[in-house]
Design a protein around this ligand. Structure first.
Ligand SMILES: *[C@@H]1O[C@H](CO)[C@@H](O)[C@H](O)[C@H]1NC(C)=O
Ligand SMILES: *[C@@H]1O[C@H](CO)[C@@H](O)[C@H](O)[C@H]1NC(C)=O
Ligand SMILES: [Cu+2]
Length: 331
């Protein structure tokens, strides 16, 4: 190699080092936050629930609704497929970025205050009812009110008029919950650890999706039990940040291999348990979006329907890469 080439190679190495993630934001478990920090997060979410929608999708009034609509319209493209975990990683990141950039949420300041943003569910498994996350003052509010609609009775989100859902409907309704302790058992440490022990993506992903993922959704119940409109309950984002930690904990056991490979189908089955049937107004995903065939690849496009640029699976496989830069603080 000539002297010039050596110099160029050196400069490239330095610049890619500079571009990489050197100071990751910290996602902390909810229960370790002070009351003031909890309120700061809730206020940012309430702000997000007042910002006018910008994506031009059918239904949304606010930015909060915008993101829910992205999930509603993409439900058949991002569940029961290989891209389930990468898409939800990007989706949680989009929400967190929006709170920070659109609502001045200062929790995300990697160099100052760590980012409080996941619900450590294992200790609450089997008794979600008693979790501090459902505190009416310093949390997400409690259970549904017991009426047919299971509207939130207490807490900061009790009066939100949500125009997206349930499922594919576009009609104002309350945020609902129906906390179900038995279903929440699937979030237990033993269930999570069984997924962490899986040897490859093709077995780890369905384990995470079908066990702790389902446990949290049905453990909270109401809107969260609806696979299509579940981001209508703001607790969705803390549940999915936790699942993202589970995914990352699994990836970190063999980081090189598990951030560079993916598998699984790219088209969901027509029948998906927990998901209402797809109406004709939602196009059937064709799947091979960036993939050469019917298997999810690193080039698979994660479509955010205009909420920021699309990313590929490869962009989000490493949470400390060129695009994402955060880490999880252990509980
Ligand atoms: C965020 O901070 C900026 C600058 O201080 C301010 O102009 C803006 O109104 C704030 N936005 C919200 C939603 O608080
Ligand atoms: C995102 O991906 C979808 C599907 O490939 C495409 O139709 C859309 O134009 C893309 N959006 C952006 C902003 O690139
Ligand atoms: Cu989802």
């Amino acid at each position: 190699m000539s002297q010039l080439c050596r110099l160029l190679a050196f400069m490239l190495a330095v610049s890619s080092t500079l571009a990489a993630c050197t100071n990751p934001g910290k996602r902390r478990p909810w229960h370790t936050l002070s009351n003031d920090e909890k309120l700061e997060y809730i206020h940012a979410e309430l702000c997000f629930m007042q910002k006018p929608a910008v994506l031009g999708l059918p239904g949304p009034r606010t930015r909060f609704d915008d993101l829910q609509a992205v999930h509603q319209r993409q439900a058949y493209a991002v569940h029961f497929v290989g891209a389930f975990l990468p898409f939800h990683r990007l989706f949680v990141h989009a929400h967190e970025t929006a709170l920070r950039t659109e609502c001045n949420y200062s929790g995300y300041q990697p160099y100052v205050t760590p980012l409080p943003l996941y619900w450590h569910e294992q200790p609450d498994a089997g008794h979600f009812h008693t979790s501090a996350i459902f505190d009416a003052t310093y949390g997400f509010g409690g259970d549904g009110d017991g009426g047919n609609a299971q509207c939130l009775a207490t807490g900061p989100f009790a009066n939100y008029a949500n125009p997206i859902g349930p499922a594919y409907a576009l009609a104002d309704h309350c945020i609902s919950r129906q906390i179900t302790d038995a279903a929440s058992r699937a979030t237990a440490a033993a269930a999570v650890d069984a997924c962490l022990a899986k040897p490859d993506f093709g077995s780890a992903w369905p384990c995470i999706e079908c066990v702790p993922h389902v446990g949290g959704h049905f453990g909270v119940g109401g809107e969260m039990a609806n696979g299509v409109s579940s981001p209508g309950d703001p607790i969705f984002y803390l549940h999915h940040a936790w699942l993202d930690k589970v995914f990352w904990d699994w990836q970190a056991r063999d980081r090189e291999e598990r951030t560079t490979t993916i598998s699984g189908p790219n088209v969901a089955p027509d029948y998906m348990p927990g998901f209402p049937p797809r109406p004709d107004s939602i196009p059937r995903p064709t799947g091979a979006d960036g993939d050469p065939g019917m298997t999810t690849t690193m080039g698979h496009v994660l479509n955010m329907l205009g909420n920021g640029p699309n990313q590929t699976v490869a962009d989000v496989m490493d949470i400390q890469g060129d695009f994402l830069c955060y880490e999880y603080v252990e509980p």
